[in-house]
Design a protein around this ligand. Sequence first.
Ligand SMILES: Nc1ncnc2c1ncn2[C@@H]1O[C@H](COP(=O)(O)OP(=O)(O)OP(=O)(O)O)[C@@H](O)[C@H]1O
Length: 712
Amino acid sequence: MPEPPSIPQFAKTQISLLAAELQAEIAESAALVSLHSPSALQRAGVALTNLTVSSQRTGLGGKTVLELCPDPATASAPSKEGRDWSDLPEHGIRAGDIVLVGEQPSGKEKKKEVKEMERRGVKGVVSRVRRGDLSVMLEEKDEDKGGADGDVGGLGDKRVWVVKVADEVTWRRMNGTMEKMVKMETEEGYSYFMRVLFGMVGPTPLNMEKVGDIEWVDPTLNESQKDAIKFALASEEIALIHGPPGTGKTHTLIELILQMLKRGLRILVCGPSNISVDNIVERLAPHKIPLIRLGHPARLLPSVLNHSLDVLTRTSEAGAIVKDVRAEMDAKQASIRKTRNGKERRAIYADLKELRKEYRQREKKCVSDLVRESKVVLATLHGAGGFQLRDEQFDVVVIDEASQALEAQCWVPLLSAKKAICAGDHLQLPPTIKSLNIKADKKASKKKGGEDDQGTIKGATLETTLFDRLLKLHGPSIKKMLTTQYRMHEKIMRFPSDELYEAKLIAAEAVKARLLKDLPYEVKDTDDTREPLIFIDTQGGDFPEKNEEDDNGESSAGSKKLTKSSLFGDSKSNEMEAALVREHVKALVDAGVKPEDIAVVTPYNAQLAILAPLKEAFPGIELGSVDGFQGREKEAVIVSLVRSNSDGEVGFLGEKRRLNVAMTRPKRSLTVIGDSETVKKGSKFLKRWMDFLEDNADLRYPDLASLTAAEA
Ligand SMILES: Nc1ncnc2c1ncn2[C@@H]1O[C@H](COP(=O)(O)OP(=O)(O)OP(=O)(O)O)[C@@H](O)[C@H]1O
């Protein structure tokens, strides 16, 4: 086996890959803004135009909040959907988005660069979106960007717009962490934990006796879940909990966290997304343990807010001393607007700056008191890199959805860990990478050990997750797999289980024979509702795919459609297959299945665009890309494979993990629509899947003539 890379080597490689990724993301944002008019960007869901600043106040955490509403000067007449002139137009900006607020370019100067906006505008997080207004909580550095008269960014009387931008905070945190690791030159300096994670030593052998008898909080856990918990408790440095689809990974983590608390351990729980973290907070909260959720309040689920550090800082006793300063700041903010005198305004502005400083000092003290008192702290991976945890130590770091996180992101919390427990499924899709074809070996020379000129590791990609790397490094002995799944009918589970999970998955009694016709509401017993696995085979060449490049791009598939060059250029669609999808959905709905229990997933954005009218015909139905549907489930799922050509080209259908995600979303019914002839040629895996469907599914060959007639 080749020598594992040194820690600085690893970190240098990550830095160069991350830089390329950030560039790709920024280039994509910049291309959007410079290529399209504000109104086109608004239609695409990435901007909101024709606004004015209606007020400016102090929000949670002492941050300045701009409130924006439609500019009365440009308001249109009430629309037929019942919109009022004071309502925001249809838009795609959501709470939690990072945005720039800037003066809106006039028609003539459409192509204002993002850089220019950034210089003149202000940046922040959308903290609230309502029918008639939008609030943006400003980044600290931009709070002091005062206009001549003291209003932030000098936007007070301008017509402004809001544009979504790349999230550089996440990137900065990862980069900072990697820079620390580059500096770790001496091996003696590494903790045993670090040495295990980089393969310099093996993990300490398990000592199950140390775990002792366990009193389960939830005794209904299945054996594989209990085993995984014991295994994780016994491990000294690292344990991977492998959770295939529907096997109750989060359920298991909750019990594990409670068990570790019983043992007096202090725990940091992280996940790659806010939703993954909130999901755990919601399920831990009923157990009444002292826990704190770090993170921007604008991005947390409402149900989680009363555990939010920002909110506790305001409401707890410790927070009382912070309150006075806050009230004073609010009064000052309000007075800015009342005075017309420039000199007075500047004076108030200077006072505010002082107050903000004091506020932060008091708040910091309060925050560190609160954090120190809590046994469980929860944050996103990059959120764990905030000032609040700077000097905090934890016995264990738990990472959920670890196979969907970039490794550099995992190191943000791991640098202060002694032990890590990672849960995930490396056989589903890894995190989305925009700079995918950039590898660290671009300029690789033939130097020793696969290292290139810059001391980075040849061939490394961001796609390799911590989960993957550790499995490769230490083998399956560091992992336990959960094996009972609570989602799919046995027949739906069979192929992914046999192919990817060593045939170890077992369908729980409650789900193994569930059919659509048994749904808890009235559904007719038909060919479509009594069969869990249907394959509509379009072989024969009558259902050809179409390349998106034949088309003019700017229409309905959302923001992605705008940058043809980056994301949409190579997408494929298949009109006839879309017609079959429609026909099948109709049959299900006619049988009584509710549209909200049906999802259509496809790997191609161009196909999604073609399918979009289904949403009007069957309100409540969900359409999604396979990648976007990871982590979700539905009673009935229709998968449209799209590819049909004489060359057997299957593009990214060839990715096993993508197919795995597609075929493991349904509970009671999976319908696959595709051209077996083309798809079989794609890979051995695809060939076996098609063979499996031919042998096991309810096989149907669509009749082109009747389909065409029905469409007409
Ligand atoms: N031991 C168990 N007995 C009965 N039901 C269970 C058990 N474990 C998990 N489940 C059920 O399985 C479903 C999935 O569990 P959970 O939400 O914890 O999984 P997840 O980790 O979020 O998702 P996934 O397993 O797909 O990664 C839930 O409805 C949960 O109630």
